[in-house]
Ligand binder design. Structure first.
Ligand code: PNW
Length: 480
């Protein structure tokens, strides 16, 4: 759209950017913080590219004031960050006041800059001490999570209104306990299924406790959701492949949260693959659990990166492998994925090899709104969307510049896709670009750069990329 014909964002739409504690903070061994499962996983041979770790990361722990000032200079209205459980309750038990204090300072800094703090309680950094007791496969971890959440609310409840329990429980269950790609790097269908249930239970309990303390809080959860399309809509095998991906990515989490039930078709599919795992899962789902999990929430965060284009038969040309960062063994993240094959649409790709597919976001928001959130009065936010590209840093007139044209069009393309959803009647009230800073991209270490702000990991210098400049312009105009 041209400047003479701008597409305006609704007046209540919030523009923000997102990060997560482990990916940016560093100071991993400071002020009483102890190992999380990611600190431990980084020491596993071949688990993370270049054996990178979170010891220093973006050194945000010491640089948060400058980082907040940079957010303000870009006009960000809200900042989505996570608090580190391993900092706050380092061995899962006693509270570490110095850890809590960091978040007090960060929240005050944000409020001073007129930036709305959007707090996520769990973005994957479980204290290793709790993993030693079974981690999320152990029901007790859900109790410990609620305790930790209440600690954060004790400290910040007077200043923080938006509370997200979990970020992407699919990643912290199946990608972590079944596929072995994320910490703790296990290969068990049973543990993945148990972890998903205990994560959701921790979510539901926390929502109940926080609601009982303060009915004015905005409570929610963030899910990584996708659109799964069959390669050939006339082929039963392709349609079934798409059903199973949709079921394991989307419905496995949406259905318990919004309807108080797990999708029966997927339970049966997994039973067909590993009957013992599903029996153990069924035992773990105790009477009353699903009522807790489906406790009313106020907002749903949708993280969208790309869609899935799947078939029941192998493609003639194998797609570019996208999810094997290192030589370490990995297993399918979807227990019921027999004969599912990923195909390419021939779209542009990011350096994660993910296809750039903005229209998928429009369809996803419409579907989630129609089938889940709108009937329950739950508001949608896009809490993550972004792209890694092989950015080049240049110095022009003594200033570091990154001319990341691909990210500029990724950003505006997806903002346009959100406006398309708004035009189609979806009530979506915000967008958080992932990520504010280049950062530790999990198993990919520092190799993948998602930021709208460049980080020089030798000097910790920050430079706003062209995408960050374009985002600031869009925010200023409140229009595309
Ligand atoms: C999300 N997958 O992670 C996370 O919330 C961020 O911390 C992360 O940096 C960002 O997306 C970019 O990757 C994902 O394999 C990691 O499907 C992996 C997958 C999905 C999301």
């Amino acid at each position: 759209m041209t400047a003479t014909n701008p597409r305006e964002f609704p007046a209540n739409f919030l523009f923000g950017a997102a990060t997560a504690a482990f990916q940016i903070e560093g100071a991993a061994h400071e002020d009483g913080r102890r190992d999380s499962i990611w600190d431990a996983f980084c020491r596993v041979p071949e688990a993370v590219i270049n054996a990178d770790n979170g010891d220093v990361a973006c050194d945000h722990y010491h640089r948060y004031e400058g980082d907040v000032a940079l957010m303000k200079s870009m006009g960000l209205q809200t900042y989505r960050f996570s608090t580190s459980w391993a900092r706050v309750r380092p061995d899962g038990g006693a509270v570490n006041e110095k850890g809590v204090d960091f978040y007090n300072r960060l929240v005050d800094e944000l409020l001073g800059a007129d930036i709305l703090p959007w707090l996520t309680l769990y973005h994957w950094d479980l204290p290793q001490a709790l993993q030693d007791k079974g981690g999320w496969a152990n029901r007790d971890t859900a109790e410990r999570f609620t305790e930790y959440a209440l600690t954060m609310h004790d400290a910040l409840g007077d200043r923080v209104n938006v509370w997200t329990t979990l970020n992407e429980p699919w990643c912290s269950s199946f990608l972590s306990y079944t596929a072995g790609v994320h910490a703790p790097g296990h290969y068990s269908i049973e543990e993945g299924a148990l972890a998903s249930h205990h994560l959701l239970l921790g979510h539901g309990q926390t929502v109940r406790e926080l609601r009982a303390r303060d009915s004015s809080l905005n409570l929610g959860i963030t899910l990584n959701l996708t659109v799964a399309d069959p390669v050939d809509a006339e082929s039963p095998a392709d349609v079934d492949a798409a059903r199973r991906i949709d079921g394991q990515f989307n419905r496995w989490f949406l259905d318990p949260i919004f309807r108080g039930e797990y999708p029966a078709d997927i339970v049966e599919d997994i039973r067909g693959v590993d009957a013992a795992a599903i029996e153990s899962f069924e035992k773990a789902v105790r009477p009353g659990d699903l009522d807790i999990i489906s406790s009313a929430i106020d907002s749903l965060g949708v993280n969208y990166y790309h869609g899935e284009f799947v078939g029941g038969e192998a493609p003639e040309v194998a797609p570019v492998a996208g999810d094997a960062p290192t030589k370490r063994e990995s297993a399918p993240a979807f227990p019921a994925s027999q004969n599912i094959h990923w195909h390419e649409r021939g779209l542009d790709r990011t350096s994660m090899h993910w296809e750039v597919q903005p229209e998928g976001l429009t369809r996803l928001l419409k579907r989630v709104s129609d089938e889940y959130s709108a009937p329950k009065g739950v508001t949608l936010y896009v809490t993550e969307n972004g792209a890694a590209f092989d950015d080049e840093r240049v110095v022009e007139d003594g200033e570091v510049r990154v001319h990341d044209d691909e990210r500029v069009s990724f950003l505006t393309g997806h903002l346009g896709a959100i406006l398309d959803a708004v035009d189609a009647g979806v009530d979506v009230r915000g967008y958080f670009y992932w990520s504010f800073l280049d950062n530790f991209e999990w198993a990919w270490g520092y190799e993948k750069r998602f930021g709208i702000v460049r980080v020089d990991y030798d000097t910790q210098e920050r430079s706003v990329k062209d995408s960050g400049r374009e985002y600031a312009r869009v925010i200023g105009a409140r229009a595309l």
